[in-house]
Design a protein around this ligand. Structure first.
Ligand code: M6P
Ligand code: ZN
Length: 191
């Protein structure tokens, strides 16, 4: 294992920005193709303005057993049709857990296991969502402000995006009469 030195990370609780982070991942609407039920609206929005949906601030930790990786995610408010802005979502390559701790804003942690069972965790500042091994996870911003959370997970967990890209999530979150509602995804492909 790499012998690295202890690290001090200063995180702005409102904006989620990690001072001196090593990497910023930016995902735009064009990175979310195929992930929203309303494909036509997504196409139109991308042509109008390919907005940033979320940013991830990462501190570089060796991807080795025993190390703990952490990052913040800033998910912007917005919708594609009736569906809220969300992260791509992923399973881990190794069956490992993860925690999401909400720093500001409001949203949901949407999780799904290999049987297609869906579980929702409502998130606002101070809520910690625990994702057990084997559950795919995605977050959604259902509020008017930025939804900001800190994630921590085994550094060798690995990201598997393929399952969700190919099959989608069994559940989608849509706005109905001004409130978020979990609906079954008409485009979900059961295995
Ligand atoms: C959290 C962590 C990261 C993840 C990020 C964005 O910060 O789970 O590992 O990359 O959210 O989610 P996604 O990778 O699904 O786009
Ligand atoms: Zn993860």
């Amino acid at each position: 294992m790499d012998l690295i030195k202890p690290i001090r990370s200063l995180i702005d609780m409102d904006t989620g920005v990690i001072e001196n982070c090593d990497n910023i991942i930016e995902r735009r609407l064009s990175d979310m193709r195929g992930m929203y039920a309303d494909r036509e609206t997504l196409r139109r929005l991308i042509l109008q303005e390919d907005q940033v949906v979320y940013r991830v601030y990462e501190v570089k930790i060796p991807e080795e057993e025993g190390q703990l990786a952490y990052s913040t995610t800033i998910l912007y408010p917005g919708k594609v049709g009736r569906e809220y802005f969300m992260t791509k979502g992923h399973f881990h390559l190794r069956e490992t857990a993860e925690i999401y701790f909400c720093l500001s804003g409001q949203g949901y942690l949407l999780t799904q296991n290999n049987q297609g069972e869906v579980h929702l965790v409502q998130m606002n500042s101070g809520v910690l969502g625990y994702i057990p091994p084997g559950w795919g996870h995605r977050t959604l911003n259902t509020g008017p402000e930025e939804f900001v959370f800190l994630a921590a997970y085994p550094a060798d967990a690995g990201h598997n995006y393929r399952v969700i890209e190919e099959k989608g999530f069994a559940g989608i979150m849509v706005e109905e009469k001004g409130h978020p509602q979990l609906k079954s995804n008409p485009g979900y492909k059961k295995s």
